[in-house]
Ligand binder design. Structure first.
Ligand SMILES: Nc1ncnc2c1ncn2[C@@H]1O[C@H](COP(=O)(O)OP(=O)(O)OP(=O)(O)O)[C@@H](O)[C@H]1O
Ligand SMILES: [Mg+2]
Length: 249
């Protein structure tokens, strides 16, 4: 739970795009086994923060420390091999490969990189595809899936990487409440059974955040505005203010 040791730390990270300060001296600590959620209005820096954590982007200032090691200069594939996996807000599967092949690629390039055979990766893929509820689509071309199915594929691919830190960027966006709960229950199970220490999620669906997150970090204009347990944070006056000027969440 959230009292676990720290696995990942973001230290004083600043990221600019031309004149835009997407991240402004962000500090964040993620602990082993915790389910935390990063929320914030559009453009507040959430996806940029994920990109800095997994190595898609290098920060202009500050560093990222994973299990005590400075990984700021490492490319994404090396961080993936160490145990940092993420899903993309806009799913990017290999469109001409099957669902099974896409997930197997996750297994081959994750933490078990170089330690498993293709056959083992495919067996793992089938197990995880079943877990996320995509078995019927195992043979389907990834490019032909619906958007929610692509999100499930992203989740399966990330789980197959056997990460220690799993960064989920809006996986339940656009799903019905029932499907969103099914996905979140899967995430909770994966966190427990697959030994994934940490799940971090960026979501706009407040109901999901309130129900599943143990800790919530609210971003606003590239900064951490408030953090704490969901019950407190979602009612915090500053948070209510940035979400559509006072509307209750
Ligand atoms: N590659 C980029 N080039 C230029 N500006 C960018 C780039 N990526 C993000 N930005 C800008 O940085 C800011 C933060 O964007 P980011 O995508 O991190 O926000 P977000 O919190 O994920 O938003 P959303 O809820 O819409 O997904 C925004 O002003 C955005 O326009
Ligand atoms: Mg985003």
């Amino acid at each position: 739970m959230s009292s676990g040791r720290e696995v990942l730390r973001v230290e004083n990270v600043t990221k600019r795009f031309g004149g835009i300060v997407a991240l402004d001296k962000v500090n964040l600590s993620i602990r082993e086994g915790e389910m935390m959620s990063i929320i914030g209005p559009n453009g507040s820096g959430k996806t940029t923060l994920f990109n800095v954590i997994n190595g898609v982007l290098k920060p202009d200032e500050g560093r990222v420390v994973f299990e005590g090691r400075d990984v700021t200069e490492l490319p994404p594939y090396k961080r993936a091999a160490m145990g940092i996996a993420r899903t993309f807000q806009i799913p990017k599967p290999w469109p001409n490969l099957s669902v099974r092949e896409n997930v197997a690629i996750g297994a081959l390039f994750g933490r078990l990189q170089g330690k498993i055979t293709v056959k083992e990766a495919i067996a793992m893929a089938d197990e995880i595809i079943e877990m996320v509820g995509l078995s019927e689509k195992a043979e389907a071309e990834a490019g032909k899936l619906t958007v929610p199915e692509k999100k499930l594929l992203e989740l399966a691919r990330a789980i197959a990487m056997k990460p220690k830190v799993l960064l989920l960027d809006e996986v339940v966006a656009g799903m019905s409440p029932r499907d969103a709960d099914k996905v979140m229950e899967t995430v909770v199970r994966v966190k427990r059974e697959y030994g994934i220490a940490v799940v971090s999620l960026v979501e706009h669906v407040m109901r999901v955040v309130a129900r599943y997150a143990e800790r919530v970090v609210v971003m606003h204009q590239g900064r951490v505005l408030v953090e704490g347990p969901p019950g407190e944070v979602l009612r915090h006056p500053k948070v209510v203010e940035v979400y559509l000027g006072g509307e209750a969440i």
